[in-house]
Design a protein around this ligand. Structure first.
Ligand code: ADP
Length: 265
């Protein structure tokens, strides 16, 4: 039986008087890995901020882990990786280990201190991201890709059930990006961690994610990449070529032969 993680019903949001989220409804089950995609300014970051409780919806109901009233008490169950605008100040005064530790300290009361289990959790997160050897390095001295791994380690160190990432691959080169997508897929499959990832990598996300949520203020498509591949509405919206680049159900978009039956791929 699928466990419900998030339900969004008839959500509306306005900045000043301009509506940027219009009647959005969808639900997320445990273990879903959702690519959240849409043009610039389509409301992706706004939607994420509403899910995280950072913005209050103008209208609509949002239920997280089955409870619509206690979003702030659910923080320790969510790992959040915000957009990385640029590399950090090289003199930022914290080591990799200290930055990852912040992911545990934020969930503790006062006084905040790390116990043995916390130290082991930090080591496990560093190992998973393959950055254990950088533990004592100041984060500002790392490359953009390495810094990104540190921030992912911070987001997952408390073993969240639900990870939300906002364009995590924007600062990564293609090889690091592919490794990053594969790593998240492993976390998703092996630990049943639910993931929503905002991405511009619309041509690659279909290799890794299980569902696509395409918005442009309202929902254009929400479902599996298989359903996206055979949807005639999507063909009308995107055109056949773009539809099959995105669906990633063919070896390459050039393999797609419009004369063949969609369902046979
Ligand atoms: P996306 O993440 O898809 O690029 P955003 O959610 O950031 O889209 O923005 C959606 C729309 O809301 C855009 O038109 C953007 O200019 C506008 N917007 C975003 N943040 C603010 C804000 N703080 N004040 C006013 N308008 C905003």
């Amino acid at each position: 039986m699928s466990v419900n993680i998030l339900t969004v019903e008839n959500l509306h949001f306005c900045y000043n008087s301009s509506e940027v989220i219009s009647d959005i409804s969808f639900s997320v089950s445990r273990g879903d890995y959702i690519g959240l995609v849409g043009p610039n300014g389509s409301g992706k970051t706004t939607l994420i901020k509403i899910i995280l409780g950072l913005l209050k919806p103008y209208r609509g109901i949002l239920t997280l882990f089955g409870d619509d009233s206690k979003i702030f008490s659910q923080w320790n169950r969510i790992g959040y990786l915000p957009q990385m605008v640029s590399s950090m100040n090289p003199r930022f005064p914290a080591t990799v280990r200290e930055v990852v530790a912040m992911g545990l300290l934020s969930g503790k009361g006062f006084p905040k201190y790390l116990n043995r289990a916390d130290r082991m959790a930090i080591d496990r997160a560093l190992e998973l991201l393959d950055i254990r050897q950088l533990k004592k390095t100041p984060i500002g001295e790392l490359s953009g890709g390495q810094q990104q791994r540190v921030l992912v380690a911070r987001a997952i160190v408390n073993c969240p059930e639900f990870i939300i990432l906002d364009e995590p691959t924007a600062a990564l080169d293609p090889e690091t990006r592919d490794r990053f997508f594969a790593l998240l897929r492993n976390i998703n499959r092996e630990r049943q961690v639910t993931i929503i990832m905002v991405t511009h990598d619309i041509g690659n996300i279909g290799q890794y994610a299980s569902k696509l949520l395409y918005i442009d203020k309202k929902i254009i498509f929400y479902g599996s990449f298989g359903d996206f591949c055979i949807s005639s509405e999507i063909t009308q919206f995107f055109g056949e070529y773009a539809q099959h680049v995105i669906c990633h159900r063919h070896n390459s978009a050039s393999d797609y032969n419009p004369l063949r039956n969609h369902g046979t791929y």
